[in-house]
Design a protein around this ligand. Structure first.
Ligand code: AMP
Ligand code: MG
Length: 506
């Protein structure tokens, strides 16, 4: 279909991924929910998309974002993909509870370029298998808030524009109610899309996908001839982006929880928020997904798993690349890119210059060990360090500003030794403590979406009070800014948080 403008929904729409045809996606309609109700909308994202101020109240908007009412110019589809789940080939999966509505074209001056719009929880699709195609309010609140929390932290992610609820019952471990999140991204392509066509020996489809990524410029690939070189260039960029994403997750203590290859974004976005968790007390081996009995997706395994997943992508591209050595060589650059990104991440977190990655890596790992020893709160520890640096006199023999962090980390010889080395490293930089501390406070957040904060918002929402969602959305979209009066949101988790169980069925 040609791109069309919709006066009610004032953007121009066209088929995005859907224009690749029925090999890749099945035209589909949502199954309506009853008595739709707005829970929250993300005005900041709406503005970035170029939507007018009153967009939420335009006629038909709730029906589009809750019930997938088709947009003029775009045909809704469910896409097919496959994947490895928990390290095992799972065969065909696909959008079992997601519906791709279409692609919006930005009006002049909009911050964001063309974006795909997807509804999560819009009903069964041809790929639902045994599932009901629904999402529950609980998990939808988590996805909605966490997308924006990640974006606020500067971490690549799919975004969330709206959260709509219905009183319709959805059965999980217990009876819950349905909700729909609208997700926005330049593309929802997953490693699994490529694995799917490779598993079917459909080389033509693989080439088509690679060319689509190139034409749409999702990965800003360098100019390459089609075929082998383009596929290698794609793999190279995905390796880089994934490595950077992993360093960013590790930097804020984000645990994804279910890093199956079908949950890996080709664009290097954080995708599919299910059993995720921001670390409270720092435990490198933390497993946030209660269904992950082996700890395959434990926090400290994430970079290694990402590398493993990239091998699945490399394997899928083999029919096009047709060169094992070249593929493995590209895949093996992951460690270099990850170490580099992690070193830079630690340098920023510690307030050291980007050139000091070796020193930063050593000091950062030692600090993380100190945190792990005490199970000190990850977010609070880094923020306390940032504040301490800001308040530091700059004299190596004056450690009063660091007393609070020392207390949090259990003090002792290891702490004293670390602090001595750290202050020495800081003294060699040309900046002032105030500037360094301020820079660190723009890297080490004060607010993250802790499990218990999400849980409180969920409990209130179930009683019909959505105000806590707004409070969190506001705090998490500016997570580096101290907000007077909101100190409890920055505090370590209370003991009851331990009892919150998060599983794949979320
Ligand atoms: P996930 O663990 O959420 O990444 O889902 C894995 C696969 O199962 C994907 O293909 C999903 O679309 C599908 N799926 C998950 N939950 C449901 C559901 N409630 N109904 C239908 N399909 C689902
Ligand atoms: Mg998924």
């Amino acid at each position: 279909m040609d791109a069309l403008h919709n006066p009610a929904l004032p953007l121009t729409w066209r088929d995005g991924f859907a224009r690749l045809g029925t090999t890749f996606a099945t035209p589909w309609q949502a199954t309506p929910l009853h008595d739709l109700q707005w829970v929250s909308v993300n005005h900041r994202l709406a503005q970035a998309l170029g939507l007018p101020q009153d967009w939420q109240h335009r006629p038909g908007m709730l029906e589009v974002l809750g019930n997938g009412q088709p947009l003029p110019g775009a045909s809704p589809v469910a896409t097919v993909y496959s994947g490895h789940q928990f390290g095992v080939w799972a065969g065909q999966l696909g959008d079992g509870r997601a519906l791709l509505l279409g692609e919006s074209c930005p009006p002049p001056g909009a911050e964001l370029g063309p974006q795909e719009w997807q509804l999560k929880g819009a009903g069964r699709t041809p790929y639902s298998r045994m599932g009901d195609g629904r999402a529950v309010l609980r998990s939808s609140i988590r996805e909605y808030l966490c997308s924006e929390a990640m974006h606020g932290l500067g971490i690549p992610t799919t975004r969330a524009l709206s959260l709509v609820a219905s009183p319709d019952t959805v059965l999980r471990e217990e009876a819950e109610t349905a909700a729909v999140v609208s997700r926005i991204a330049p593309s929802f392509l997953r490693f699994g899309h490529f694995e799917h066509f490779a598993s079917r020996d459909n080389v033509q489809a693989l080439v088509q996908l690679i060319d689509y990524v190139d034409t749409q410029n999702f990965l800003a690939l360098p100019p390459t001839p089609p075929g082998r070189e383009r596929a290698l260039a794609l793999l190279e960029v995905v390796v880089q982006r994934t490595a950077r994403l992993m360093a960013q997750w590790q930097g804020v203590g984000f645990c994804h929880g279910v890093m199956n290859t079908d949950n890996m974004s080709l664009l290097g976005l954080t995708l599919d928020y299910g059993p995720f968790q921001f670390m409270d007390g720092f435990d490198p081996g933390h497993i946030c997904n209660h269904s992950d009995h082996q700890g395959r997706y434990a926090f400290d395994q994430q970079p290694r798993i990402a590398h493993w997943n990239l091998f699945c992508l490399g394997q899928a591209l083999m029919p096009v690349i047709d060169d094992v050595q070249a593929t493995v060589d590209v895949l093996n650059t992951f460690t270099v890119h990850y170490d580099q990104a992690w070193g830079e991440q630690l340098a920023r977190k510690l307030g050291l210059p980007a050139s000091a990655t070796a020193t930063a890596s050593a000091l950062g790992e030692r600090l993380l060990n100190l945190m792990a020893r005490q199970q000190a709160d990850h977010t609070v520890s880094w923020r306390t360090l940032s504040n301490a640096v800001r308040d530091w006199t700059g004299r190596e023999d004056d450690v009063t500003a660091f007393a609070e962090l020392g207390r949090q980390l259990g003090a002792g010889d290891a702490w004293d030794g670390w602090l001595k080395d750290y202050l020495q490293a800081m003294r060699t930089t040309t900046s002032t403590p105030t500037l360094q501390g301020d820079a660190m406070r723009r890297v080490n957040p004060v607010y993250v979406l802790r499990n218990h904060l999400g849980e409180i918002a969920i409990r209130r929402a179930r009683e019909g009070d959505f105000s806590e969602i707004e409070t969190l959305l506001s705090l998490l979209s500016a997570p580096f800014d101290d907000r007077p009066g909101f100190e409890p949101y920055a505090a370590p988790a209370p003991p009851w948080a331990q009892s919150i169980a998060i599983s794949c069925s979320s």
